[in-house]
Design a binder for this molecule. Structure first.
Ligand code: HPA
Ligand code: ZN
Length: 330
């Protein structure tokens, strides 16, 4: 089954590129850029990966990304992940990045976009992988700052497939960003948002109502509200679920307690993702195989999950048709 899962063409729609920073690369980039970290070696970095909740992870994640300075750093980070994902049978990746977390350290848009775009072009040419970029806003920061960042990104709008919303969810409801998302809509930019990971199901409803998102990142807490489930089912709103992330951040105690089987049973449009693979125990194959172990799903279920991701992806129609046909034939 593991071999077959690897050959299944997969699209990853929920992936924070800063969350792909493996301890080895963190230390290497820290040395290259003379950034001091509180770790002397890879084991010390890994020892810090015991999270109590989303915030404790975000603290480490924010610290790790301080090693990223130049376009080359962003390029090398994304390039490494493209290669690992390719080995996992991933055919398409939508990379989220957090520009505010870099701009606030004096790392300009130019370096971020140039480095990421170069890695995306290389992956297409060398590995035949397609990709898209999602520019995410930090929901624990001011909405005014997010709006300003959106305006400043103007020279790069053509390179952005969508905008997103991530970081500390509780106490930062979607409606805080209504004006930012309205502006993105006016600019013709699609929208997605993290909701219902740690935050309540009401945040999913608000993301649909006030941010007009085309998909929901996580969304696992939707089961708390039957009307919301009916709405998500009717519209077939994609939920980008991240099983191992939910275990690591204690959204669920064990993978066997994860609501994925109920989400599928409810007829919801679910797909599987790794979120922050360097921090949460692995990439797409780790997530797919852990689900196979926990839920005993057969090939038909995994084909459906893989096809859901491709159908929800930002990609040209011919690419979508090709991948859907490859999944059906797998
Ligand atoms: N949730 C919220 N913000 C994030 C995450 C996450 O899982 N990963 C990176 N930023
Ligand atoms: Zn996420």
């Amino acid at each position: 089954m593991n071999h077959w899962l690897r050959t299944l063409p997969k699209a990853e729609l929920h992936l924070h590129i800063e969350g792909t920073l493996e301890p080895e690369q963190m230390l290497e980039l820290a040395e290259r850029n003379r950034v001091s970290l509180p770790y002397r070696n890879v084991d010390e970095v890994r020892a810090a990966y015991e999270f109590e909740d989303l915030q404790s992870f975000l603290n480490l994640y924010s610290q790790g990304m301080t090693v990223l300075h130049t376009a080359e750093d962003f390029h090398d980070l994304a390039r490494s992940y493209f290669h690992r994902a390719h080995a996992d049978g991933v055919a398409h990746i939508e990379l989220s990045f957090d520009p505010q977390a870099h701009l606030s350290r004096g790392v300009e848009f130019e370096a971020q976009f140039e480095g990421l775009n170069r890695a995306m072009r290389d992956a297409e040419r060398e590995l035949g992988m397609s990709s898209a970029l999602i520019m995410s806003f930090l929901r624990d920061q001011d909405a005014e700052q997010a709006l300003d960042v959106l305006e400043r990104a103007e020279p790069w709008y053509e390179r952005i497939a969508a905008i997103g919303l991530d970081s500390a969810e509780r106490g930062n409801p979607p409606e805080k960003f209504r004006a930012v998302f309205e502006r993105a809509r006016a600019l013709g930019l699609p929208r997605t948002a993290h909701a219902g990971e740690e935050g309540p199901s009401a945040y999913i409803t608000s993301a649909l109502d006030t941010l007009d998102v085309c998909r929901i990142d996580h969304g696992v807490r939707c089961l708390e509200d039957a009307d919301l489930v009916a709405r998500l089912r009717e519209r077939q709103t994609p939920l980008t679920v991240c099983p191992l992330s939910n275990v690591c951040l204690h959204v669920v105690d064990r993978l066997t307690d994860h609501p994925l089987p109920q989400l599928l049973e409810a007829g919801l449009n679910v797909n599987l993702n790794s979120d922050d693979p360097a921090y949460f125990g692995g990439g797409m194959m780790a997530n797919f195989s852990a689900c196979e172990q926990a839920f005993g799903w057969d090939r038909a279920v995994f084909r459906k999950l893989a096809a859901n991701a491709v159908e929800a992806a930002f990609m040209p129609a011919d690419r979508r048709a090709r991948l859907l046909s490859d999944i059906a034939d797998c």
